[in-house]
Design a protein around this ligand. Structure first.
Ligand code: ADP
Length: 268
């Protein structure tokens, strides 16, 4: 694992007077697959938005390749860093291909038409995410899972060496979840893309990520390999529930939340 390609230094940010992220230090190392975990409302999306340069810190810095991201022109940032935001409603009047082709805009001059290299990147991104057959469909007519793959394809078409993803598998069935995480892993291992991925699914995070960072109440409470930090005690305290932690036959951590009703936890 190489040098930090994206870093937060004593980062504070939030919305108006509302402080969300409070003093975060974080490094995404070159070639790393890093997972961000933590309960709802802990600040993961806010942190990700600050790391993309979209949300200005109230204090502290975000450094892209060692330079303050706020000082780097947006197009240059977009050539280095692709973002898959949390799924929102699809914009009107665009086809799947048009949305994916938007990923090429950081590589094109103003009013410059797509060249063969751009077309190739768009076709490849659609093929990798399994949406080539949907190419001319309006995005408003897609299922949540299909649209999620379109947004991932747009980020792939961007051909940026860093990818930041907010819950990329949230709307996908288990087959498509594994497909997307396998794709991310191939990009990570084969092309050495550095990946930072928010995941609510601890089992996917444990299987695919080199390292996990846990966020609670706007601060980092733990960082380490999945087996280092995903202990029953830590996960239970992070999410406020009881869990069982096992290892699968491949040695990966499996976290099972325990139920009051079915497992009788908490009933004393
Ligand atoms: P997470 O991604 O971990 O669920 P978020 O970063 O979305 O957490 O939210 C952290 C806190 O910031 C929450 O209390 C949430 O209500 C608040 N928040 C998120 N987005 C906004 C916004 N646009 N304006 C004001 N508060 C927000």
């Amino acid at each position: 694992m190489g040098k930090p390609v994206l870093a937060a230094r004593n980062l504070h940010c939030g919305y108006d007077d509302f402080a969300v992220i409070r003093g975060v230090d974080l490094d995404l190392l070159e070639g790393e697959f890093l997972g961000l975990i933590g309960p709802n409302g802990s600040g993961k999306t806010t942190l990700l938005r600050a790391l993309t340069g979209r949300l200005r810190p109230t204090s502290g810095d975000v450094l892209l390749d060692g330079r303050p991201i706020a000082q780097i022109p947006r197009r240059e940032v977009a050539r280095r860093l692709a973002v898959v935001p949390q799924i929102s409603s699809p914009p009107f009047e665009f086809t799947v291909r048009e949305i994916v082709a938007m990923g090429r805009s950081p590589h094109l001059g103003r009013l410059q038409a797509e060249g063969p290299q751009d077309q190739q990147a768009v076709e490849a991104a659609m093929a990798l995410t399994g949406i080539s057959g949907l190419s001319s469909r309006p995005v408003t007519e897609l299922s949540g899972g299909e649209y999620q793959r379109v947004v991932i394809a747009r980020a792939l078409a961007q051909e940026a060496p860093l990818m930041l993803l907010d819950e990329p598998a949230a709307h996908l069935d288990i087959g498509h979840q594994v497909e997307i995480f396998d794709l991310l892993l191939r990009l990570n291992r084969g092309e050495e893309r550095s990946i930072l991925c928010v995941s609510h699914d601890l089992n996917l995070a444990a299987r695919y990520c080199d390292r996990l960072i846990a966020v609670s109440d706007g601060a980092i409470t733990a960082a380490g390999t999945p087996s280092d930090i995903l202990t029953a005690e830590f996960v239970g305290s992070l999410y406020g529930c009881e869990v069982r932690v096992d290892a699968d036959p491949g040695g990966h951590i499996v976290v099972t939340p325990l139920s009051r009703e079915l497992d009788g936890v908490g009933a004393r």
